[in-house]
Design a binder for this molecule. Sequence first.
Ligand SMILES: [Zn+2]
Length: 344
Amino acid sequence: MKAILFREHGGPDVLELVDVPVPTPGPTEVLIRVRSVSVMRTLDTEVRSRPGFGGIPLPHILGADPAGEVVEVGSTVEGFTPGDRVASIQILWCGRCRPCSRGLNNACIRLRIQGVHTDGGDAEYAVVPAQNLVPIESGLSYEEASAIMVMHPTAWHLLIDRGALRPGETVLILAAGGALGTAGIQVAKLAGARVIAAAGADWKLEKARELGADDVVNYTTHKLSDEVMRLTDGAGADVVFENLAVPELWPHSLASAAYLGRIVTCGALGGSAVETNMRAFYSKHLSLLGSRAAPRSQVAEVFRLAGQGKLKPVVHERYPLEHARAAHEHVSSRAVFGRVMLSV
Ligand SMILES: [Zn+2]
């Protein structure tokens, strides 16, 4: 089968198009014919660039969220048959630890990530655990299923579960042009919230408005917290969808929060270490809530809503698998609104 792999970490040019044997599913696994998979910053370009994530097997095939049809099922797999249209959850969980036994498999203490710690879906075929499969409803294409898999459930979990977002509240979405930001805008609007979208480029903010954002702030040309306070008559945002951890921007995220505000995050591409004025933090009764991905039950819920057309992934560009290098370069350029996809 055709696959994109890399033998050593480096720039996009380490990606090679190769011919490798089709993998064989184990007893609890399923072989899928991949049709679509996305290219992300954290789980693709960052993994390709440098060692991390506790060790990555080399040579390596990326691709965390493949969607396609079932070709072969392992000996103990029930509920799936060849031809079924499926997408695969990127989180790999043990099913036995305390968080897993509470249904919070995304907080598994043995958590690994498909396409990072195992070979992923940047190939014609991929083997995935049967417990990771989500059926794709007839209203969704393979591309939409793959594009929605990682960010929409994550945004849902952060905003609705962790942030306890209520109708009528105000949400500040940072990095509103990223795939996670676009998912956050949609989930917040579906929940009946007012959305203030913030990004560093006006063209991204225009698109954020088209997606439903009520107000926008360009934080490279305006002081973020001043603008948020102006737009909320001094009240601030009830939930701040942070996910950045940019040292210069973090104080503005905190200053943008309302009294009793919740700051939610699942990302730290901006640098990860930030300074917090704890007096300001407790005086405003703020909460800081972190999580990773979403529980399996919520992925199914998001797919149900996507099948009804209530949530829709934003696909900026698609490339054939053979052009994975160009797709990686595009994602790294950050001139992206939403998702960059590979079609296989
Ligand atoms: Zn576990």
